[in-house]
Design a binder for this molecule. Structure first.
Ligand SMILES: *Cc1c(COP(=O)(O)O)cnc(C)c1O
Length: 223
């Protein structure tokens, strides 16, 4: 069995069945992704549009591709025809761009609202106030082709797991409050995308529903 297949099996043994694993294949070649595919995995995450498009064309059609990285509005049109979920909605402008491209294709796109829960300024995402203002606006209500499925966040890059835990806990709290106040009518608002290779155990303890795992499956990235 290949190392990647073995890594996946080991990981799946540690993760409860109801939690989805997004295999983050950024920077890795198609041959590596095919090893995970042949081991039965179908959900893959990429963070750059061009790389995603290149890989998608060379991979089987039954893969669920998830966009997990910062997305520019002008690139939305390239992924809307096939993307399964966009985790990284960080502005209303972007959400509106997804909606308008989705109209053209007749698809409805599953989206997560990305929150800024870390200390680092380099990480993007909404604040809670920004999201509430958006959710209350008339412009938001006019959107027809985006399906808001939950929230996403990245913790601070630190070995301090107590800090990471508090950040995940705040995201889970935001999720519950949004669900109660704005999405009580929706069965689809149910995902909390948090946890990566270094912190997925903490994320599981804090209620994640989707973990995004790269290095543990595919090995360390060189860049
Ligand atoms: C790269 C990346 C991951 C996976 O990182 P690993 O530490 O390799 O598991 C998860 N989420 C996002 C948004 C990423 O960019």
């Amino acid at each position: 069995m290949s190392q990647i297949a073995q890594n996946l099996i080991n990981l799946k043994q540690k993760v409860p069945d109801h939690i989805k694993i997004v295999a983050v294949s950024k920077t890795k070649p198609v041959s590596d992704i095919m090893e995970a595919y042949n081991a039965g995995h179908r959900i893959f995450g990429e963070n750059r549009v061009q790389e995603l498009l290149d890989k998608k064309d060379r991979m089987p059609a039954d893969i669920e591709w998830h966009m997990i990285g910062h997305l520019q509005s002008n690139k939305v049109k390239f992924i809307v025809p096939f993307i399964s979920m966009i985790h990284s909605i960080d502005s209303f402008k972007l959400l509106r761009a997804v909606d308008s491209e989705a109209q053209k294709t007749g698809r409805t796109i599953d989206c997560l609202l990305q929150f800024h829960i870390a200390d680092e300024e380099t990480k993007s995402g909404f604040s809670r106030e920004e999201v509430e203002e958006m959710l209350r606006s008339n412009d938001f209500r006019k959107l027809e082709r985006v399906n808001i499925c939950g929230v996403m966040g990245m913790a601070t890059f630190t070995g301090d797991m107590d800090k990471v835990r508090l950040e995940f806990r705040s995201l889970a709290g935001i999720f519950r409050e949004l669900r109660k106040s704005y999405f009580s009518h929706s069965d689809d608002f149910r995902e909390i995308s948090m946890g990566m290779s270094g912190d997925y155990n903490v994320a599981i303890e804090e209620g994640t529903t989707m973990i995004r795992i790269g290095s543990i499956i595919f090995g360390e990235r060189k860049h």
